[in-house]
Design a protein around this ligand. Structure first.
Ligand SMILES: O=c1ccn([C@@H]2O[C@H](COP(=O)(O)O)[C@@H](O)[C@H]2O)c(=O)[nH]1
Length: 279
């Protein structure tokens, strides 16, 4: 049975409808690119992200902190504080922790606890390379979203994801999409990552997975085409849903001056409107 009530999936449905947006603002706080006034502050990373979140919260369906940017700076406490701030102030906006975990089940149990209990995220990104038993531990956290890498936005993604894995010549990424749709999603918790840099592949994945949520990075700094992305990922008969379209650096670093949050808002607003116009 596919039970999706009061879940990440349902939070997303509400956010798509109430916010009228498929934009996800990603938090990739690079210390070298923070405004000078925040670079040496003890909680500069938190303050930078919080100000941009507060300036853009009415424009998004989701927020996506990228774990590595916090961990590399020994800023896990600031990540915890940021997610707590987001959940307290914007409980209607789901938070996706982008950490692309993937390990044997006993270790995955702990990655799941870290994401959902320590950080309080609503969803996590995971790597399917080690198979379903490494994804299952996250699914035990009822209602949490588990977003599986399928067709990533980077050029090297083709090295493995385009390999033919069946006599009919099916590439690996479509095999992952089929497994996700037919075997892994009994609880309605699964979503897929598909890059905006490859709209043709987004359309092929959408044809397999129905209305499954797609997390789509690659617009903005990576140059993905917004209109082609939105057309390719559309869910039949449901415009404005089905996609969580992420932009990080183009929004975060719109200005390095004191106006950084307002400049981030301006780019987020343009991006939200471009996504709407393409729907
Ligand atoms: O295929 C993927 C999967 C994840 N990402 C992540 O999304 C953001 C993209 O940042 P931009 O600055 O908007 O390019 C980043 O956190 C990546 O780790 C991805 O780009 N591609």
């Amino acid at each position: 049975m596919n039970s999706r009530s009061n879940t990440f999936y349902q939070q997303l449905q509400s956010a798509w409808a109430s916010q009228g947006s498929m934009l996800c603002v990603g938090f990739d706080p690079d210390p070298k690119r923070l405004p000078p006034s925040l670079q040496d502050k003890p909680e500069g990373i938190f303050e930078f992200c919080r100000e941009i979140a507060d300036a853009s919260a009415d424009l998004v369906c989701s927020f996506k902190p990228q774990f590595a940017y916090f961990a590399s700076q020994r800023a896990e406490a600031q990540l915890e504080k940021l997610i707590r701030h987001l959940k307290d102030k914007y409980p209607h906006i789901p938070v996706i922790l982008d950490s692309k975990r993937g390990d044997i089940g006993s270790t995955a149990d702990h990655y799941a606890l870290e994401a959902f209990e320590r950080y309080g995220a609503d969803a996590i990104t995971v790597n399917p390379y080690m198979g379903f038993d490494t994804i299952e531990p996250y699914l035990k956290h009822t209602g949490k979203g588990v977003i599986v890498l399928c067709r990533t936005s980077n050029p090297g993604g083709s090295d493995l994801q385009f390999l033919n894995v069946s006599p009919s010549g099916e590439p690996l990424y479509l095999h992952v999409a089929k497994l996700a749709a037919t075997q892994w999603n009994n609880s309605g918790q699964i979503g897929l990552v598909v890059g905006a840099t490859f709209p043709e592949e987004i359309a092929k994945v959408r044809a397999i997975v129905g209305d499954m949520p797609l997390l789509i990075p690659g617009i903005g700094a990576q140059g993905g085409d917004i209109e082609a992305t939105v057309k390719a990922g559309a869910v039949a008969g449901k415009p404005g849903t089905g996609m969580i379209i992420n932009s990080s650096r183009a929004i975060l670093y719109a200005s390095s001056g004191v106006d950084f949050a307002q400049a981030a808002r301006a780019v987020a607003l343009n991006t939200r409107d471009a996504l709407r116009a393409a729907s």
